[in-house]
Design a protein around this ligand. Structure first.
Ligand code: OAD
Length: 258
C-alpha cells in the first residue's frame, strides 16, 4: 500500500464513526480508466477545453459538438468497471448504514460498485433530458465505437427540441434537492471522508468545509495536496483504489472489500 499519512488514525476515526459522509470526485474513478475532469483530453477533443464545452452557451452554439463529447465520455464509462475504491465505499456503507455518499461525478460507477443511492451534485451521464421542456429522454443505446466527433443529439419526444446531457454545466445551479441533502448530511455527519477531488469547484467544494467548520474530522484521500489539506485531520496521500481498501481494513480488520 502506497499511502503516506496516518492510516491507523484514519482507521480509528472510521471505526468510531456512525454517520460518515463519503464525498467523492473524479479521482475516485481514475483507476477505472475514467479520465478526471482536469486530465488532458484525448483524440479529437484535445483541442477543446472541457470547461468551454460544459456550458449552456457551448450547447446552444453547437449541440452536436457538446452531445458528441458527452456521448464519448458515456461510452468510456460504460466500458469501465468499478475499482476497489468504489467497492470500499460500498463496504463502509454496508458496515455503517447511516453513511451518505455524495458525489460530484457523473459516471455510474458508485451504483455499479454497490452504492445505489449517491447524492448527485452534478447530475449523471445517464439522465439525458430535453434542453427546452426538461422532459426525461431515454439513454441512447450503446454504440460499438465512441463518436468520432460531433453527433446530433436526439429530439425530445414531447417537444422535439434537442436533448441535452443530464449533467450540471458551468454557470448552472446545482440541483436544489441534491445540494440541500448534501449540506444536511455534512452538517450531521461525525466523519467526512473526501476522496479524489481537487476541491476547486464551488459550491460542491464547500461540502467538506461544512463538516470541518462544525469540528467534524475530515480525512482526505488524494495523491496530491488540495485546498482541503488545511482542514484535514488526516491526509492519506495515495490512489483511492489502494488507500480506501486499506482504510477499511484498518477500521475493520475482518473486512475484505475485494
Ligand atoms: P478534478 O479533475 O478537478 O480533480 C481530480 C482529483 O483527483 C485531483 O485532485 C487528483 O489529484 C485526484 N486524483 C487523481 N487520481 C486519483 C486517484 N487514483 N485516487 C484519488 N485521487 C486521484 O475532478 P473533481 O475534483 O471531481 O463539474 O472536479 C470537480 C468538478 O469540476 C467536476 O465534477 C466537474 C468539474 O467542473 C461538473 O462537471 C459540473
Amino acid at each position: 500500500m502506497t499511502a503516506a499519512g496516518d492510516l491507523p488514525e484514519a482507521g480509528r476515526l472510521l471505526t468510531a464513526a456512525s454517520r460518515p459522509v463519503v464525498f467523492t470526485g473524479a479521482g475516485t474513478s481514475a483507476e477505472s480508466g475514467v479520465p478526471t475532469f482536469r486530465d488532458a483530453q484525448t483524440g479529437l477533443w484535445q483541442r477543446y477545453d472541457p470547461s468551454r464545452l460544459a456550458t449552456p452557451a457551448a450547447f446552444h452554439a453547437d449541440p452536436a459538438l457538446v452531445w458528441g463529447w458527452y456521448e464519448g465520455r458515456r461510452h468510456g464509462v460504460r466500458r469501465a468497471e468499478p475499482n476497489p475504491g468504489h467497492r470500499a465505499v460500498a463496504a463502509i456503507r454496508a458496515r455503517l448504514p447511516a453513511t451518505v455518499v455524495i458525489t460530484q461525478n457523473v459516471d455510474d460507477l458508485h451504483e455499479r460498485g454497490g452504492v445505489p443511492d449517491p447524492v448527485r451534485l452534478h447530475g449523471s451521464l445517464f439522465a439525458p433530458r430535453c434542453s427546452a421542456c426538461a422532459h426525461p429522454a431515454p439513454v441512447p443505446g450503446d454504440a460499438a465505437e465512441p463518436p468520432a466527433g460531433p453527433l446530433d443529439p436526439p429530439a425530445c419526444a414531447r417537444c422535439a427540441a434537442p436533448v441535452r446531457p443530464g449533467v450540471v454545466w458551468f454557470g448552472e445551479a446545482l440541483p436544489e434537492a441534491a445540494l440541500g441533502a448534501a449540506v444536511e448530511a455534512a452538517s450531521r455527519c461525525d466523519l467526512l471522508l473526501t476522496v479524489g477531488t481537487s476541491a476547486l469547484v464551488h459550491p460542491a467544494a464547500e461540502i467538506p468545509l461544512v463538516a470541518a467548520r462544525l469540528g467534524v474530522p475530515v480525512v482526505q484521500v488524494n495523491p496530491v495536496a488540495t485546498p482541503l489539506d488545511a482542514v484535514c485531520a488526516v491526509n492519506l496521500r495515495g490512489p483511492a483504489g489502494e488507500v480506501l481498501p486499506a482504510l477499511v481494513r484498518a477500521a475493520w480488520p475482518d473486512e475484505h472489500t475485494g
